[in-house]
Design a protein around this ligand. Structure first.
Ligand SMILES: O=C(O)CCC(=O)C(=O)O
Ligand SMILES: [Fe+2]
Length: 170
């Protein structure tokens, strides 16, 4: 959840995939899809996300092109989709309302998650979630032998206390 309060300045323009700054992905490879769900009105005044269209195919020189930014103006319930390479940033809030957005980013299963879901959503909480949601937040295998627990147990079995045979490939 991202709350931009009245008077907050604009967030610097950036690419979300910069969180993986130890590795330069090939320019034509997308590893992340980001979503920003509006929970309140996203307007220029409240700080609607600024996006540089087409910047996923451009060099970092485009970071200087603030003038090209368009605003993701949205009513509550709308969603903005943008790739991890797309240059964007939260807007300044010049209104007297809080701008609230739900920001969920989806990455390839073999990348470490930006937010540590195993601490944010510990097993006792994860156990209460539907299986597709648990898988989505990382309580699954990211590849045939990536993310297992102790003696090659599947994370789902650890949560459920079951012992299904590990089927590699999920
Ligand atoms: O709040 C926003 O509009 C954008 C936030 C964002 O891009 C981020 O935190 O990575
Ligand atoms: Fe971002």
């Amino acid at each position: 959840m991202i709350a931009i309060g009245p008077g907050s300045p604009a967030q610097p323009l950036h690419r979300d995939q910069w969180c993986f700054d130890f590795f330069a992905f090939p320019d034509d490879v997308e590893v992340e899809l980001s979503t920003m769900w509006a929970l309140t009105d996203f307007t220029t005044a409240t700080g609607a996300t600024r996006v540089l269209p087409g910047s996923h195919r451009e060099s970092d020189d485009a970071l200087a092109d603030e003038h090209r930014a368009v605003r993701a103006q949205m009513r509550p319930g709308s969603v903005l989709l943008y790739s991890g390479r797309t240059i964007h940033g939260g807007g300044a809030n010049t209104s007297d309302e809080v701008r609230l957005g739900l920001n969920a980013d989806y990455t390839l299963g073999w990348l470490r998650q930006e937010e540590n879901q195993y601490l944010s959503v510990p097993p006792d909480v994860a156990r209460t979630l539907p299986e597709p949601m648990r898988d989505l937040i990382g309580y699954t295998l990211g590849a045939y032998a990536l993310g297992y627990v102790d003696d090659v147990r599947h994370p789902r079995d650890v949560l459920d206390g079951t012992t299904r045979p590990v089927s590699f490939g999920n």
